[in-house]
Structure formats: structure tokens, C-alpha cells
Design a protein around this ligand. Sequence first.
Ligand SMILES: Cc1cc2nc3c(=O)[nH]c(=O)nc-3n(C[C@H](O)[C@H](O)[C@H](O)COP(=O)(O)OP(=O)(O)OC[C@H]3O[C@@H](n4cnc5c(N)ncnc54)[C@H](O)[C@@H]3O)c2cc1C
Length: 395
Amino acid sequence: MTKAVRRVLIAGGGIGGLSTALALRRHGIEATVFETADTLRDGGAGLHLWSNGMLALAALGVADAVRDIAPAQQSCQFRTATGDLLGNWPVGEFAERYGQPTVAIGRSDLHHILRTAAEGTEIRTGATVSGYRHDRDGVTVEFADGSTERGELLIGADGVHSAVRRTLAGPEPARYTGYIAWRGAATVGPDVVSPGTFCALFGHGTRFTYYDIAPGRTYWMSVANGAPGGRDGDGVVDMLLERHRDWPAPVAELLTATPEDTILRHDVVDRAPITTWGEGRVTLLGDAAHPITFNIGQGACQAVEDALVLGEHLAHATDPVTALRAYEHERMRRTAPLQRMAWRIGRMGAWENPMAIALRESFMKFSWNRFAFKAVERDQVAYALRYLTDPDPAR
Ligand SMILES: Cc1cc2nc3c(=O)[nH]c(=O)nc-3n(C[C@H](O)[C@H](O)[C@H](O)COP(=O)(O)OP(=O)(O)OC[C@H]3O[C@@H](n4cnc5c(N)ncnc54)[C@H](O)[C@@H]3O)c2cc1C
């Protein structure tokens, strides 16, 4: 049977774009990836990859490489700024339940694994997609330098500020959440951070999260409310130490063990779910389609799931346009609730009012161990079992 799709154009060489190239190659579909950066690489800092993301990575053939370097997480702890335990989630059990652990990894390490696995795929760096035109037979991608490229399909995996999305849905700035994230990685031993332990501390309008992403390497993130567009001068470590003064160990140890010039600052943005991800032979994927704030650690996991599901739909397509719409329908149902949940948790984490915070702590203490973890496991993690029981989720 002749394939309905032979070559796809992908805007964006991030986790979503590279996963898509891999997913398509499993089905004999070629891809060309256009990446705006001059070299193909992802930034520093870390990612928590839940078992659902790992199952999707396993289906793409790269989970072993991830597990080789990424520490398996045993527990996720949630605490107050004074260290009181609010909830303790034994996520180490997931490895047995789902066949893949929940792990933590450096972003650039995951990117490197995907890039290596995708070797042979045509990747053009320094290529900034600015828009597209489409007709019944194909898509013409337009680049910022005035050049164009014709292809059968276009996948917009170009992140939260996607040019493909802008052409599709019109200009709409991303939604600022009201908080800023500072991120870094510290070199500390197991005496400072127990391997396999994720910890999130909730304060008044500020939070601190940390977990190990490699032996002796711990990623951390400090989040605080503030106006967007700010910049740090010298003394960012001192500023963070002051913000988290009197917070429990190892917060201060992590901050002081991080070279100041490696700390990243990031206004956190997302978008509300939308109901149109594509038109004709064009679709969106990953953050371009459904940016999910870091609050549930699912953004990258969902980008990989998208790639897998898109590949399955296109592999069995008799009509690629119908296949794209079916992919969008399936993935919107999965990702819209996650976008909303991440937004709500982010709002709750940003509370400053002492009464509201006391309520939040009582609520977390009462319900997270009893109900919330089970519900989240069912809705977010167990979903991906379908990749094991039905390797072709599109059917
Ligand atoms: C602070 C923070 C912490 C996070 N923690 C987690 C976590 O623990 N777990 C998790 O699963 N997710 C997490 N996420 C979310 C995760 O980072 C994203 O969901 C994921 O990176 C999305 O991948 P993507 O490929 O869709 O987009 P991106 O990673 O944004 O990649 C888009 C790519 O497209 C390129 N590009 C942009 N514009 C153009 C253009 N016009 N033309 C060509 N190329 C272009 C970019 O250079 C980039 O390489 C976190 C996010 C943040 C901000």
C-alpha cells in the first residue's frame, strides 16, 4: 500500500519536534526539522519525567538511554516553608505498576538522547519559521529570511510563542502567570540531597523545589510572585538566600553550591486551552498546542505523548487531513484538563494571604495522601498504559 504521507516538515527542534521526528521514522515517514537556534540544544536545568512520559519514550525506543543516566524518583514530598510534611507520594512504586519509573533528568541530557536517536533526520538550524500558506496538496513554510519550503504536512512544534500557531490562530500574547522561576543545578553529595527524592516547599507567595538529576547533581527552582520583564544583576544568589532565609536544609546549601552565572530566570507563561490546533495539512504539537506550566511536571511528557499519537494516526492514514484532525481531537481531550490543573495549582502556590495559606496547608495535609495522589496517578500517569496494552493508540 502506498503511504498517504511520506515527508513531513516540523517547526522546532525541541523535545516535541525531535520526538515527532522519531515517532514518524518508526513508521517510515521522513521529516525535516527547522530550528531557529544556530545549534540544536536545549537549555540547562532539569525535568521530572513521570512514568507516562517514560512509557511514551519507551515506545520511541529511548527509555533505556534515559534510565541509564536519570535517577529513578522514589518519593515526592510536599512541605511547608518550615519543613512540615504536607504529603508524601511513594512514586517509586510506579516502576513496578507501569513498567517504567518516574525519573529526573537534565533537559540537555534528554535533548541529547533524542537528537542522537534521531540521527539521519534532516535538521536545519538557524531556520526561523515565520508562517505558512497551505492548499489542498501541501504546505509552503515561510522563513524569516524570505525563503520558503514546500512539504506535504507542517507540524508546529515551535514552543509557547509558536509562529505556526500565530499564523493559524492570530497573534495572541502568552498569558503571564504572575510568577517568576529561577532555576539552577548544584553539585552536592547524597549527604545533602537523598537520591530519588523530589521535594517542593510552599511558602508565602514563594516556593522552592529540588530533585537530583544525575549522581551528585541536584536541580532546584525558586518561584516568586512579581512583575514580568525583570532582570537580575549581580548578587542573585544573595537575593535568593534572603528570600528563603530560615527555610529548612538543603535550600541554602543548594543555592550556595550553584555558580551564579548559570542561574536562569524565566517569567512563567502559558495559554488557556483552545479548540483549534490545525487547518488543512497543518497542526500543532507540544507547547505550541497546549503549554502546561511546570506545576504538574507534564509539559514535556505530553509533548512526547503527542508525538507518539500523531505518528500512529499518520501511519494508518488514508487521508492525512483526517488523520491530523483525529490526532488533535484525541490529544485535546488529554491535555486541556492538564493545562487547567497546572494553572490552578500555580495560582494556589502563589497565595500570599496567611489565612488562605493556612487553609491550603490543611487541605493538602488532609487530602493529598488520602485522595489527590491516587486521582492524579489515575488521570495523569495510568493513561499511558495504553501504549503497552495497545501499541497503536490511534486505532
Ligand atoms: C521552569 C519550567 C520547568 C518545567 N518542568 C517540567 C518538568 O519537570 N516536566 C515536564 O514534563 N515538563 C516541564 N516543563 C515543560 C517543558 O519544558 C515543555 O513543556 C517542553 O519543553 C515543551 O517542548 P516543545 O518541544 O513543545 O517546546 P520547546 O521546548 O519550547 O521547543 C520549541 C523549539 O522550537 C524552536 N523554535 C521556536 N520558535 C521557532 C521558529 N519560529 N522557527 C523554528 N524554530 C523555533 C525553539 O528554539 C525550541 O528549540 C517545564 C517548563 C518550565 C518553563
